[in-house]
Design a protein around this ligand. Sequence first.
Ligand SMILES: [Zn+2]
Length: 462
Amino acid sequence: MLTLFLLAVATVVLYRAYYFTPETDIPVGSTNKSTPQQIASVLNTHSVATHLSEAIRFPTVSYEQHANDDPADFTAFIRWLAHTYPLVHKQLSLQYINNYTLLYKWQGQQSESAVLLSAHYDVVPVNPHTESDWTHPPFSGAIANGYIWGRGALDNKSAAIALMEATTVLLKTGFHPQQDIYIALTHDQETGSQEGAQAITEKLQSDAVNLLWSLDEGSFVLDAMTPGNTPSIASTNIAEKGDLALELVAQSQGRHSTMPQEKAVNILAAAIVKLKEKPAPGGLIGLSEDLYIKLDKHMDFGQRVLFANSWLFKPFVDSSMDSLSSDNLKLRTTAKVNVRLHPQSNVASLINRVRRTIDDDRIGLQAIAPSEASLVSSTTSLGFAQSARQTRLALGDVIVMPAQTIAATDSRFYSQITDTYRFSPMVINQQDLAGFHGVNERISIDNMARAVTFYAGLMQTQ
Ligand SMILES: [Zn+2]
């Protein structure tokens, strides 16, 4: 009897989790003025594909070293946008943020509140060693086999173009939003978002804009690879993890010390072993989830193999380091620890935890470009409900679920001032996914139509 009861409870729990569709509980505000079919019918998918193809041909590449970015490519892309989307540029106001990030404002009839739709148009570089592996050259924007090919096709020019197309479609129908719609096209997402999303966030905050929510890149819908008719999952991400690179520096005592000299490398090894053996509590949280250690070039490969695998080699490391000590080891040795931060932890507490775990004054800790995990956005907001509704209208039979983004996006700044959602309204398969920051990046023309339909529907309900 108890077993039956537990089984029933489990079934209900699973059922509820499976059909988690907040739309039924939450009013979604005004409904679409036109159906997705109507939007699709006025949409010229050929011209949408051509526009994305043209956009890809501008190599708006963000390099880690900003000096390598070519501002001319960014400027040319911005000029192309004005030329290609004249209605948008005539009827929306446009502000340049740090020269290359574009912030459009579609004035609402009431203007008491606003929403923000965002995409980035910078792209990651193409690894020169892989250039010959591309079926179509990465900046050709080739249109073939129902796809638009090239760097940025998935990440994230497709969304930038879809936003421009959606706005154009609605402007042609004479639509006016009730509240303000901001559209951001940022230029430095791949290198930290400081000049783009961070500056936008500061600006909206200082202008006291009543921003209800924002939507930016996030999970794609992965084409169901499960057998049968199981609907695909559309993860609408409500948080993102932070990122912390910690440099551990071990300083051994100098030659003139009267104390026995312990090699910096031994000190460091001991610290790393402690970190590995004492992960943060709470299962998939903080250190325990995604910790990897990069040892500096100060050590040769053999030693790195040892330290990187201390779980296996610890006894050997402990007993053999002294015999290695006659080598030309530097007195100062460093290692890097990379950690993804769960929204429940923060950089300061994590550094403290690492310090306590290592418990050794001879190890210095330095955080390199830390970013905090984002705040967690509401799943009962109007923004979440509206996005979920448009997802089903534009993408068909999918299950909308909240989740979190692992990588850093522009949204980590937006989330400081509003409920922030991360979703890319496209249905892709494993092969498509491989192109993300990889080779043969592409997006299907059908997906471009879906994305335009999604954004147009979302704008229509504002
Ligand atoms: Zn991206």
